[in-house]
Design a protein around this ligand. Structure first.
Ligand code: 5GP
Length: 205
């Protein structure tokens, strides 16, 4: 007998739900509704170097920072992942942001591009659910981007080009949900998340 007793410390799993899609497939509204209706999920606020759009708030939608500051954070290894999503426009997930959410015993929810999503999947494996929201067609995607009216012509062109490329990544994700109509797509995403978060139970007969 060693005389020592061991206490098993139960560390809750650090889970991630990553919603990704080509720009214009409608993922942000799905993410917003999921967050409103599920208190177990908390949004990972990314850093970005792009300009703030009307209605966006610092530290709520994004941490809006300069390219210089972004590069300092890269050098200091502060990002779990980052991408230059558009030329000169960087977007990245801060490690401290994820830790903050896990410390609140919540699941981290992401709205990030396809490459960032695959990067997180590679790092976190089964603790990470990746869901790809696909537009019903290429045309619908282009129309959504145009109708949004938030972009100038060059930025719009860059987004259309990127979206077309991103569509080809669909088969690399855990789940693909086609966004024919919002309510159906939302319910499918929600059910996928519920299944993923369900505690694993063993059935003994
Ligand atoms: P937007 O400029 O429209 O807000 O975002 C452009 C793209 O960047 C979207 O696909 C968005 O999901 C993605 N994005 C936002 N934050 C991050 C991030 O932290 N990392 C990566 N890789 N992509 C991000």
């Amino acid at each position: 007998m060693s005389g020592h007793s061991f206490t098993r410390v139960l560390i809750p799993p650090r889970k991630l739900v990553v919603i990704t899609a080509p720009s214009g497939a409608g993922k942000s509204s799905i993410v917003r509704k999921l967050l409103q209706h599920n208190a177990d999920l908390a949004f990972s606020v990314s850093c970005t170097t792009r300009e703030k759009r009307t209605g966006e708030e610092h530290a709520n939608h994004y941490h809006f920072i300069s390219v210089d500051d972004f590069k300092k954070k890269i050098a200091a290894n502060e990002f779990a992942e980052y991408e230059e999503v558009y030329p000169g426009k960087f977007y990245g997930t801060l490690k401290v942001e994820m830790d903050k959410i896990w410390n609140q015993r919540k699941v981290v929810m992401f709205d990030i591009d396809v490459k960032g999503a695959l990067n997180l999947k590679k790092q976190f494996g089964n603790d990470c659910l990746t869901i790809f929201i696909a537009p019903p067609s290429k045309e619908s995607l282009i129309n959504r981007l145009k109708n949004r009216g938030t972009e100038d012509v060059n930025s719009l062109k860059a987004r259309i080009k990127r979206s077309e490329e991103e569509l080809s990544y669909a088969d690399k994700f855990d789940k693909v949900v086609v966004n024919h109509d919002f309510d159906t797509a939302y319910m499918r995403v929600k059910n996928n998340i519920t299944n993923f978060l369900k505690p694993q139970t063993q059935h003994v007969h």
